[in-house]
Design a protein around this ligand. Structure first.
Ligand SMILES: [Fe+2]
Ligand SMILES: [Fe+2]
Length: 282
């Protein structure tokens, strides 16, 4: 058996196809969205989390320091795109809801969130962390698909569509790197399933709640009502999830790193899609 490592080769990076300044801001139909509290929270909380990408990039870079092509993609494509998502969403919030002090609320959020992020651990193996990144990108691409469908406002639809496409692109790239490392490390389906499951369990809504709490405090000035308002937001969000969340796509993307035979993937998708829908509703 040879110990020689096959160098990581990645496909050419997908060029970024949009920029914040080139978005058609003049087409924004403010009146169709200004009173939509649910969209306000969806966009503002997402802007906080996206713009904070820097915070968790360094440990990821460190984990893959022996893989220059991946490092280069992370630094030159993935990170700037994630940041751009935050910048576009921030500008949308500041344009549609100018009374909301974005900067001040963000600083309060950051102080708490930074402490949480430092505790988050990466999967020890390279293939495991790539599988876990696939879960994160599955979550974000599904979220922006839902936001795009839920928005009655055309510019927000456009922005959510761009971000969604970027997130799907990130998924594909991470998946490509996953395949390489899974071969190199001879990782079993069981190990991959463990990595996928651990990252799914981490997505327990804590990040979303922290972001909501800070957005809420500066938006309503009645922080004592945060829990009751969060419950109302979650009820509305669950309704939007049932209507607009791409369950089948999310299940397919989640299963892909398991590299199941085609028939098993089809059967599992058919079985798990209604379960995922029911899980969200519970
Ligand atoms: Fe993003
Ligand atoms: Fe992403």
């Amino acid at each position: 058996m040879s110990d020689t490592k096959t160098p990581l080769e990645l496909p050419p990076a997908r060029p970024t196809t949009w920029s914040v300044d080139r978005l058609p801001w003049h087409e924004l139909e403010r009146t169709s969205v200004a009173d939509d509290e649910m969209l306000f929270y969806m966009v503002a909380t997402a802007s906080f989390v996206e713009i904070t990408t820097d915070l968790y990039t360094n440990n990821l870079l460190d984990h893959y320091r022996g893989a220059p092509p991946l490092l280069e993609w992370l630094v030159r494509h993935w990170q700037p795109e994630e940041l751009q998502h935050g910048v576009a969403l921030r500008r949308y919030v500041e344009t549609v809801w100018p009374a909301f002090p974005w900067e001040e609320a963000y600083n309060a959020f950051f102080a708490e969130y930074a402490a949480l992020c430092n505790e988050s651990a990466l999967e020890p193996s390279h293939s495991g962390e790539m599988a876990a990144r696939c879960i994160v990108e599955t979550g974000t691409s599904s979220y922006y698909t839902m936001l795009r469908e839920r928005s009655p406002e055309p510019l927000l639809k456009t922005i959510a569509g761009h971000i969604r496409n970027d997130e799907v692109g990130h998924y594909k790239y991470f998946y490509h790197a996953f395949l390489h490392y899974a071969r190199e490390e001879k990782s079993s389906r069981r190990q991959t399933m463990g990595a996928l499951w651990r990252r799914i369990r981490e997505a327990n809504g804590e990040d979303a709640y922290v972001a909501f709490r800070h957005v809420h405090a500066f938006h309503t000035h009645r922080p004592e009502h945060v829990d009751e308002d969060y419950r109302a937001f979650r009820r509305n969000l669950d309704e939007a999830l049932q209507k607009h969340f791409p369950f089948e796509m999310a299940v397919r993307m989640t299963l892909k790193p398991l590299e199941l035979p085609a028939w098993a993937e089809r059967t599992s998708t058919a079985l798990l899609t209604p379960l995922a829908r029911r899980f969200v509703a519970s």
